[in-house]
Design a protein around this ligand. Structure first.
Ligand code: DI6
Ligand code: FE
Length: 396
């Protein structure tokens, strides 16, 4: 029985639905799980202790929405836009999501691993112990499977839990232009079967938008996921309101993500199904979006709100959860407490892992971030500064 006491901590357990759940004291760890939070029980007196000098402990961070695996980058496109080029001109010049698809298809698994590792390492350096990673830049069966194999390998190469999502319904590839249904028939649905058979899929995602897939098309994907017993989630209401959140909720989705254009009916549907609202301030910032998600409605409906980086080359080249927290506060007016809950308790729920991680409570996995700060609000407050002291117990 491996026991350890982390002593002299200020602990933000994030256990209550509101509040930090602050406790001053110790955390007992036994065989990788939290045995107690607070005072050290009598039968733990002889156990090895490590003193943390009053530092702050929080649950290790969970980034519940990323596209961490992709080839190349789109810095050139960023430059062109700042020099006045329109999105259309860039697309005609071979830019946009198509260019990331081409670059991703061209790389081997090893090369994709090598390109993703620095992004993953940046996240781990900020206290991340769980990261969700989507496919969606391969758009052929072979290339989508390749992306998810890379995601799984990242989880073997680093002490992090990787949760995967099948996002072949991210964009219609050039070779299927105007034939989205055929793309679903030829790639998205049979590819899902193949990826699932290989154990590569933890959930099924899609991009429900005018420039991507309609609600009716997404239902076909979700019906297939349901038949395989896989949970679903959706990029919904990012650029317009197609009722994607409502559709996702009708399938009991784990989460609906982005949500800038979400309306009251969508909120009500999500509340009824317990679907988590995942906010992605990095994409809002980078695309200079002006309509913010309806945070007041989300609060009113008591929807759990998660926050994530959406790390991707086109709309959110962001590998910093701490900066995402700051942006959620400055741009969406979340409180620092909501922002941290968004990267801990509610992010766990968005991945269906709420019984295992996301709060510091007895029985949960001992995945703990220790920070050189006194007050948990400091985590969302600073910009471009990383106060992580130590990450403990991340999945090996
Ligand atoms: N929404 C987004 O913001 C990204 N994907 C999505 O569904 C954009 C992806 C890209 O431009 O590469
Ligand atoms: Fe995304």
């Amino acid at each position: 029985m491996a026991r350890l006491v982390l002593d002299t901590l200020r602990i933000a357990t994030m256990a209550p639905a509101a509040g930090w759940g602050l406790v001053d004291g110790a955390i007992g760890i036994e065989d990788g799980r939290i045995a107690f939070v607070g005072a050290v029980p009598a039968d733990w007196r002889g156990v090895e202790r490590e003193d943390f000098g009053g530092r702050l402990a929080t649950p290790a961070l969970i980034d519940c929405h990323t596209h961490l695996v992709f080839g190349g980058n789109r810095a050139k496109e960023f430059e062109m836009r700042l020099e006045g080029a329109t999105y259309e001109e860039i697309a005609r010049a071979g830019g946009g999501i198509v260019s990331t698809v081409a670059q991703t298809r061209a790389l081997t698994e090893d090369e994709l691993v090598a390109q993703a590792l620095p992004r993953l390492d940046a996240m781990l350096a900020e206290g991340v112990a769980t990261v969700e990673i989507k496919s969606g830049y391969g758009l052929t069966i072979a290339d989508e499977l390749k992306m998810l194999r890379v995601a799984r390998r990242l989880g073997e190469l680093r002490p992090v839990r990787v949760v995967t999502s099948w996002l072949a319904a991210h964009a219609v590839p050039a070779e299927y232009k105007g034939r989205a249904e055929a793309y679903l028939d030829d790639v998205v649905l049979p590819g899902l079967d193949a990826a699932h058979a290989e154990g590569l899929v933890d959930a099924v995602d899609g991009f429900c938008e005018g420039i991507a897939f309609s609600p009716a098309q997404m239902s076909r994907v979700f019906d297939h996921a349901r038949a395989l017993g896989l949970p679903v989630k959706l990029h919904a209401e990012q650029l317009s309101n197609l009722g994607g959140a409502k559709l996702a909720a009708s399938y009991g989705a784990l989460s609906a993500d982005h949500l800038e254009y979400l309306d009251a009916a969508g909120v009500a549907a999500m509340a009824a199904s317990g679907t988590v609202a995942v906010l992605l301030p990095g994409a809002y910032y980078f695309l200079r979006e002006t309509q913010a998600p309806p945070v007041a409605l989300l609060r009113e409906a008591r929807l759990p709100i998660a926050v994530a980086t959406d790390c991707n080359p086109g709309s959110s080249p962001l590998a910093s959860p701490l900066l995402a927290m700051n942006m959620a506060c400055t741009l969406f007016r979340l409180t620092p407490q909501e922002a941290l809950a968004g990267f801990t308790r509610n992010a766990a729920r968005a991945l269906g892992l709420q019984t295992e991680i996301g709060t510091l409570e007895q029985g949960k996995r001992a995945e703990i971030a220790v920070w050189d700060v006194a007050d948990p609000a400091e985590l969302a407050y600073r910009i471009g500064f990383n106060p992580l002291h130590r990450l403990i117990g991340a999945a090996a």
